[in-house]
Design a protein around this ligand. Sequence first.
Ligand code: AKB
Length: 314
Amino acid sequence: MKKILVTGSRGQIGSELVRKLRETYGASNIIATDIRKMDDDHKEGPFEVVDVTDSDRLFTVAKEHNVDTIMHLAALLSATAEAMPKVAWDLNMGGLINALEVARELDLQFFTPSSIGAFGPSTPKDNTPQDTLQRPTTMYGVNKVAGELLCDYYYSRYGVDTRGVRYPGLISHVTPPGGGTTDYAVEIYYEAVKNKAYTSYIGEGTSMDMMYMPDALNAIIQLMEADPGKLEHRNAFNISAIAAAPEDFGKAIQKYIPEFKLSYEVDPIRQTIAESWPNSIDSSAAAKEWGFKVEYDLDKMTKEMLDRLTEKNK
Ligand code: AKB
């Protein structure tokens, strides 16, 4: 990985990933792209407007910048995909196959994230294994399973060096997520700092996997730098740091803001999605094959989130 093109660079993962990659590999070697115009976050290095459903534009930008890697992040998240299934199919699958084609034609290394959304109600719920039943009931899940298989196919059929992880809900104080089912776990921190109260749209007792953004970004770099000979799974590695329900976040926040109040107003659509996903997943294949490990547990993440958001609010 010497010159990397990132799609969806203004999204929740992309905005922080570009910064981290620029620190690691040099600002001029990271080509940030997004369907939206450049913002202040991307000024330190090259930026191009790219709609990933436009395969010619994606190919031209990758070729012009002579990249050796694509990190393909542009996608709609679960709740938005459920509200607009056909749009989600066109963007999530159309964008992915275009990016894979560019990787095939230009012989690039390739990363794209899958998600815990690739699991469904018939998947074992606790400590969900790496290889298991995947019959998701959401459009997002259908896209993610198809995407995992497509990446495997491009590797076995064309030898494209595809790699990926199944992300849990990602928590960060930098760029807020949009349209996900796990977004409550970010909102709760913003509201705790601002109003000392939060009304959760996910019900009490609904556990899902979560991870703090610095761990999520380290995982991408570690996987992409890993010895390919050691990768048995290659795409769609289960990775997780924290398995928690809203009340677990509530208690973690109350340690630092004792007056914090958590209440519930459940959104039936996002609740149904959440209930179809695992309570917790098993990351042991990622640990064994490329040394995946995390630095942040719920308490350490909570302290840092609250400190950073308090500073931002001053
Ligand atoms: C979502 O909630 O849609 C995402 C995800 C877990 O993939 N955060």
